[in-house]
Design a protein around this ligand. Sequence first.
Ligand SMILES: N[C@@H](CCC(=O)N[C@@H](CS)C(=O)NCC(=O)O)C(=O)O
Length: 221
Amino acid sequence: MITLYGVYRSRASRNIWALEELGLPWQLKTVIQAYRLEAKGIDPKAPGAPFNTRSPDFLRLSPAGAIPVMEDAGLILTESLAINLYLAKKAGGPLGPRDAREEALMTQWALYGATSIEEPALAIQFALAAGKPDGAEGAIAGAVDRLNRPLAVLETHLGAHSHMVGGRFTVADINMAEILRYAQGHAPLMARFPRVAGWLRLCQDRPAFRKMWAAREAEPA
Ligand SMILES: N[C@@H](CCC(=O)N[C@@H](CS)C(=O)NCC(=O)O)C(=O)O
């Protein structure tokens, strides 16, 4: 049984989506972000605080103190994108790589998403979630600027390919779609990249995504 430590409202969502797609047996052990407790005036280190990313038992499992963490038969793995690549390879089947070339491309896109897209996309999500406080317009504009080039790369790629890798839906689509989701609320940006927007909608139309999303929405904010 695979154990995932985290909450739906975190990068664990991408692992939950993958686990649902793959049909692997798994369980969630709830670990909430310490900063979310602090935002509610709860000291994450106080005795009796909910299990969180600063809890000593969690830090023993993952000294980085971040979710998600996956445990599978003694393997403890951090980094949500690496967890997904592992899960897809372990399960075999169409979501995972068929050969070393596909595996290399899946790794390439995961690293591209993590290094070129995730940070500015998250900046957009944070600013939009905070209701665009004073000064956020500049932060959003800067993030949009940093996203223009990588989104143009994806737009060109999706002009020649139906999916990220292998002409079929794979873990590479899950990883990239979950990174791009952070910027999805910026309608003018998405409108500039219609193939990216259309591909993202198709990914999010999948039953496994919708199941994950419904559970995420039901989780207290
Ligand atoms: N690159 C890591 C990032 C992990 C990360 O930053 N997780 C956030 C939640 S999405 C976290 O646990 N923050 C808690 C904290 O910093 O206390 C991954 O993809 O897994």
